[in-house]
Structure formats: structure tokens, C-alpha cells
Design a protein around this ligand. Sequence first.
Ligand SMILES: [Zn+2]
Length: 341
Amino acid sequence: MKALGGALVAFVLFLVVLVPIVAQGSRSVETGVGNPLLGNLDSAKIPAEYRKFIEAAGTVCAEVPAAAIAAQIQQESGWNSKATSPVGAQGLTQFMPGTWATLGRDVDGNGVASPFDPADAIDAQARYMCQLAGSVKRYAVQGGSSVIELAWAAYNAGPGAVAQYGGIPPYAETQNYVATLRSTMSTFLGDVVKVGGKWGAPLAASHLIPTSGFGPRGSPCGGCSSNHQGQDFGAPDGAPIYAACSGIVDFAGQMSGYGNITFINCGGGVRTGYAHQSAIGVRVGQKVTAGTEIGKVGATGVGTGAHLHFEVRTGAPAGGGGLSGTPVSPTPFMREQGITW
Ligand SMILES: [Zn+2]
């Protein structure tokens, strides 16, 4: 009997300790691919009265992170649990009565399932978004739309429209909705720096807000390039910049237009560049590892305010320095290295 008791205790311990660890592990693995928007929720950024409900919402399914639900509430009701819309949408998550009838549950145990009860509304929203994510996740592609972006599109335009176009429908309203949520979601993420082996993100997650992308663009500002050679991020002045690869600094100084810029030679002819810095924190010849702080965001050179201009160049000759190598689009390149924004 004693042995059985021991086995029982071990089994319970397994359930309590091991299962959550395994669940968490599979969660991050599963969502690491096809969901570039996953990051750690910074609970302090959620209004205190809703915090535990948002945290719980992030555990409903792997495809829908807590910060994604927070972003939707911000967008739908501005965290007003009594919000109503002219068309009859109700509460924090702006459920229509018909949808609520099929999804609503009395989670807070006050005897009524109500879209005006924050606990009930947030729980239903999480399950609704998980349903939508499940119905559109087949359209997620590596390097393309992520599952949560598709789920937002399905929420806005209906899963049928996502299926019809095999991705985010080309409707301006839907595309704007997805873009808005993507940037809103980043405001609920902690300042984690994503680093995976040799590669890392050039900014903390909360600052990884893509603005001007790679390639041709209209005249963005006097003197700015009309063929953009990098990816811009709308990070504030003074935000730390991190090495996006492990390698050796092969340029650190001023370059016209770029202002203060650093290039890191990552090996294999690949170089990463960080322009417009207010302060350069490394010198030529210095070895750095991915995730090391190398400088501060600024507005030096030509531009319209503080931001990070991030470049990836390939095919650079050994010891090339300067502007050697051919600029490539940073977003797909870094995605291939497991770093997403
Ligand atoms: Zn730029």
C-alpha cells in the first residue's frame, strides 16, 4: 500500500509539475512557426481588473496569445466593459447577441452569462478566436501571414473570405484591422529580446514595430532613398539596439544619410547594419554575440525622426566593410533564421 501511495503521489506530482511544463514547451514550439507575433505578455500593461482574465485567455489554445486578445479589446471597446455599439455589439469584446448566444458562459459564477461581465466576455473571446484560428490556420505560411493574423482577418471579414483568398483578403478594412492589431499587440508585450543561437532581434519585442519596408517607395522625406535598402522600426530615441547576429563589427561610424551606423559581419558574406543611432556602443574589430547591446536608437543622418533602419546585406567579400554586399529584404531573411516581428 505504501508503494502504491508513493506511486500515487508521484503521479499527482507528474500531473501538477510535469504536465504544465510539457504543455508550455509544446505551446512555444508549436507557435514559434507561423506565428511571428507571439511574445511574452507583459501583464503590467493590462488594466489591473482584467489582468487575470487576459492571462487565462492566453491558455485556451496555442494559436491565440494573450496579448492578441488584449489588442482586440483595446481596439473593440478601449477596455470599457459597458461599451455598446450602434449596431448592438456589447461589452469589452463587442459581441453581437447572436454570437454571444452560442459562445457565452458564466465564467465568473454570478449566475448569468453576460457579455458585460469581463470574465465571461474575455473567456468567450478567447474561445471564439481559437475557433477562427482553427478554421483558417491551414492558410498560414512560413514567411507569410501568421495564424493569429489570419484569425483577425476571419474575425473582421469572416472565415469564408479568408478561405476564398487563401489568406488575408485584399479588403482595405480587413488589412487595416490586421495591421492595427499587429501594432497594438506589440504594446502589450514585454521587453524580451528574441535570441535564437547565432541570430537575434535588433530591438526588444515592444519596439519591433515595422514601419517602412524594404524596396521601392514614394518620396518618404527630402533626401530619403526612394529604393529603401532596409527595414525601419518605429523605436523611440535612446532605445537599446541589439546585435542581430553573432559576428565581428566591420564598420562603426558616420555615413552620409545613414548618420551613425554600425555593420556586423555575421560570416558567410552576410552583414547586418543599424543606422541613425544616437550613440554607437561598439568599435570596429569587436566581436559581438546576438542579443548584445551595440548602440542606441536615434535620428542621426537623413530621416523623419527617431527610428532604427536595419539592413541585411549578402554576398559581401571577406573584410569588405563599408557598404559591401547586396541589400536583401530583412524580414524574410531574418524569418529564415527564426527571428520574426
Ligand atoms: Zn530606413
